[in-house]
Write a protein that binds this ligand. Sequence first.
Ligand SMILES: Cc1cc2nc3c(=O)[nH]c(=O)nc-3n(C[C@H](O)[C@H](O)[C@H](O)COP(=O)(O)O)c2cc1C
Length: 193
Amino acid sequence: MTHRRPVALAHACRLINHGPTVLVSVSHEGRRNVMAAAWSMPVEFTPPRVAVVIDKSTFTRGLVLGSGLFALCIPCRALADLTTTVGRTSGRDEDKFARHTIASFTGPALGLPLIEGCVAWMECRRIAEPHSEAAYDTFFGEVVSAQADDRVFAEGRWSLRADNADLHTLHHLGGGQYGVVDSVVSGKVLDPT
Ligand SMILES: Cc1cc2nc3c(=O)[nH]c(=O)nc-3n(C[C@H](O)[C@H](O)[C@H](O)COP(=O)(O)O)c2cc1C
């Protein structure tokens, strides 16, 4: 049984609001690829828009420029090894999907390869910003489909609990290490009276 559910586009930016490491997946003219990216963020709610840094050295970048499309897949604790692997190897010389037996499914809006085992997925159309792409390696995209695993994201919110720890998102600390959420605190508006 799949736990994948559509997420309203109005809530799509919440999927990366808390700064998880993402997997950028892409395909173009028969080539597909996936890399890790710690640097992504929402930049607009309506329409939902995101930014992600895709370095000039990456193979992914050429496929994004060629296709005008990219997906952000959000891996969980159980995918820590895969995240490091696709972040330390290049798809330039070999297909990472075949090499590492990475299962994917087809994105509903753009047909992009979305990574199985992740806990959220967004398909994005590149918004061409040649200056920021060249100067800062920063790519912008409009989110056109969003999905999430309903065991950790439901009714427009993440729900990171002790009983779904394997599904918690990864937060890059450097050196192949990731933090995961250990506990959640509520923030209330201070009442100065
Ligand atoms: C945890 C992690 C986070 C990373 N974050 C980024 C990032 O935000 N931007 C980037 O350009 N590269 C980032 N990288 C490096 C790329 O994933 C790496 O260069 C990858 O090998 C590129 O693959 P490709 O050549 O197949 O596109 C990260 C790597 C790791 C392991």
